[in-house]
Design a protein around this ligand. Structure first.
Ligand code: AMP
Ligand code: MN
Ligand code: MN
Ligand code: MN
Length: 290
């Protein structure tokens, strides 16, 4: 049984592929007991101002956040930027590059879906109409709306996952490059959901070593839906690689009841919380005994 966590440093709003707008997301997280949070939309900080205003009125501590797409050895990884200056120039430039890559990738996904007999351009029109930075999640929802898939999982399995007809391998910037943007903006960089990537144990340790060498601070040890076994492995990985630990639900949608904000195990005492000390504001949490 996972106790509620006061801390949740991985949440999505409608600025990317979350369902709630930034203010509603902060209110929902606060209602779930979260007191210290980061809004981490995919490759955009567009929701941060609205989230900050809501957090202030609700007495929630909100730090700047983003989930950046990156390439490591030909795989796509996600790097969380936390507690950075959103106006810092290298990061702002990096975000523009990532946003252009996402828009171009959306065109490619639409064309590939059409070529495979799915309503790709119609889906793209729906995605564009929403006016948000496009993700595959938006395409999945559009394919469901258009009757080309029964549900989101089927849309990914049939059309959008790697190796499926609508997949397009975007050229994301390297892990070291995106990590450098976050560090230069005064933030902490964290590898999101490290056990979700299909890597061998050895490759995962090399990833962490390269990440630390590039200025990375931590890995997401406790992640929504990650399970105890993944958490245990991520704890060992953090200790072995000298990285700090983060906790985040990766919340997208209140209609998915098994992954609400803040339903996360506490970090064990053996891993230093990434949010203890600068650049994060002060916040006291008790660790679980190691
Ligand atoms: P993108 O970054 O555009 O490739 O989109 C990735 C997002 O799609 C992830 O952050 C998840 O929210 C979602 N996603 C990826 N794979 C799946 C899947 N198999 N089932 C449901 N959602 C998924
Ligand atoms: Mn997502
Ligand atoms: Mn992710
Ligand atoms: Mn995420």
């Amino acid at each position: 049984m996972n106790p509620l966590s006061l801390v949740d440093l991985h949440l999505h709003s409608s600025a990317s592929d979350g369902v709630l707008d930034p203010a509603a997301l902060v209110a929902h997280a606060a209602g779930c007991g979260v007191r210290f949070m980061a809004l981490t939309d995919h490759d955009t900080v567009a929701g941060l101002d609205q989230a900050a205003a809501a957090a202030k009125s609700l007495g929630v501590i909100l730090v700047a956040g983003v989930e950046l797409s990156a390439d490591w050895r030909g795989r796509t990884l996600h790097v969380l930027g936390l507690a950075f200056d959103p106006l810092a120039a290298p990061l702002a430039g990096g975000l523009l590059q990532l946003q252009a890559t996402r828009q171009e990738r959306a065109l490619q996904i639409a064309a590939r879906l059409d070529a495979a007999g799915a309503p790709g351009n119609a889906a793209h029109a729906l995605v564009r109409g929403a006016g948000r930075l496009p993700t595959r999640m938006h395409f999945a929802r559009a394919l469901v709306t258009l009757g080309a898939a029964r549900d989101i999982t089927t849309a990914f399995d049939r059309w959008l996952a790697r190796g499926r007809p609508g997949y397009f391998a975007a050229k994301w910037p390297s892990l070291a490059e995106v990590t450098g943007w976050i560090v230069a903006a005064g933030g902490s960089a964290v590898i999101a959901h490290p056990m979700r990537y299909p890597l061998s144990g050895g490759a995962r340790r090399e990833l962490c070593a390269e990440f630390a060498a590039a200025g990375g601070r931590g890995i997401e040890v406790i992640t929504g839906g990650g399970g105890i076994r993944n958490a245990d492995q991520a704890i060992s990985l953090a200790i072995r690689c000298g990285l700090e630990g983060s906790v985040g639900s990766d919340f997208h949608d209140p209609a998915i009841p098994w992954n609400p904000p803040g339903r996360l195990a506490k970090l064990p005492g053996s891993v230093r919380p990434v949010w203890s000390g600068p650049p994060f504001p002060e916040f006291e949490t008790d660790a679980e005994p190691a």
